[in-house]
Ligand binder design. Structure first.
Ligand SMILES: Cc1cc2nc3c(=O)[nH]c(=O)nc-3n(C[C@H](O)[C@H](O)[C@H](O)COP(=O)(O)O)c2cc1C
Length: 183
């Protein structure tokens, strides 16, 4: 799948501490949604992908500030998340809701959905990939992965969320920085 080129990030981004991420993470993730982006732009193939997520979290683990994301193995993003050392979580103004709907419905397997969604991919000097149109970007380094074991579901209703048994893989990443776009 031919993707639009990833361009170097501009100087409008400021690195901040994750403590400066405003609002309840529950409403930020569940109501606003976010784009999970991962992949590699270091080689000429430049394979990377993005997908919408509304499940995830921010917290503290192993004395580190961490972010959690959950990806079903049926997603194209899954393989790229496994191969990448870094992933980003991008947050947008409400005016980009349609872009997030597109990235949560189309697959990077067969479409350049970021282009379709009107989003320009950018790469930072640390190799992390996100979008020029984002307002905040959380950059994470993978620390741990874990596949959900249906035998451990304590509430039987959870199994109903997996009609094709594509149980999520949980990715835990150390938050390296919060990038905020200065107006
Ligand atoms: C609001 C919303 C939230 C979503 N949250 C998740 C999620 O947390 N985990 C997941 O695996 N898929 C989630 N999805 C589904 C993926 O975004 C969707 O299947 C996407 O097309 C996968 O793209 P890909 O095949 O290019 O990876 C969500 C979709 C929407 C619209």
């Amino acid at each position: 799948m031919e993707q639009q080129p990833v361009i170097p990030a501009g100087s409008e981004w400021t690195d901040k501490h994750i403590r400066d991420f405003c609002g309840s993470p529950v409403s930020r993730i569940s109501d606003e949604w976010m784009l999970i982006t991962c992949g590699n732009t270091a080689d000429q193939k430049g394979l990377w992908n993005t997908m919408t997520a509304s499940w995830g979290g921010l917290g503290v683990l192993w004395s580190k500030n961490v972010a959690f994301m959950f990806i079903r193995p049926t997603r194209f993003t899954f393989a790229l998340a496994n191969e990448s050392q870094l992933f980003t979580l991008s947050f947008f103004d409400a005016s980009y809701r349609r872009s997030l709907e597109i990235c949560g419905a189309a697959s990077g397997r067969d479409t350049d959905k970021a282009a379709q969604a009107g989003l320009k991919p950018i790469v930072f000097s640390d190799g992390s990939i996100a979008f020029q149109e984002a307002k905040e970007i959380i950059v994470c380094r993978k620390l741990y992965v874990h596949d959900f074991d249906p035998g451990q579901f304590l509430d039987p209703s959870i199994e109903g969320l997996y009609p094709v048994k594509d149980y999520h893989r949980m990715f835990i990443g150390e938050v390296l920085t919060l990038r905020v776009k200065e107006a």
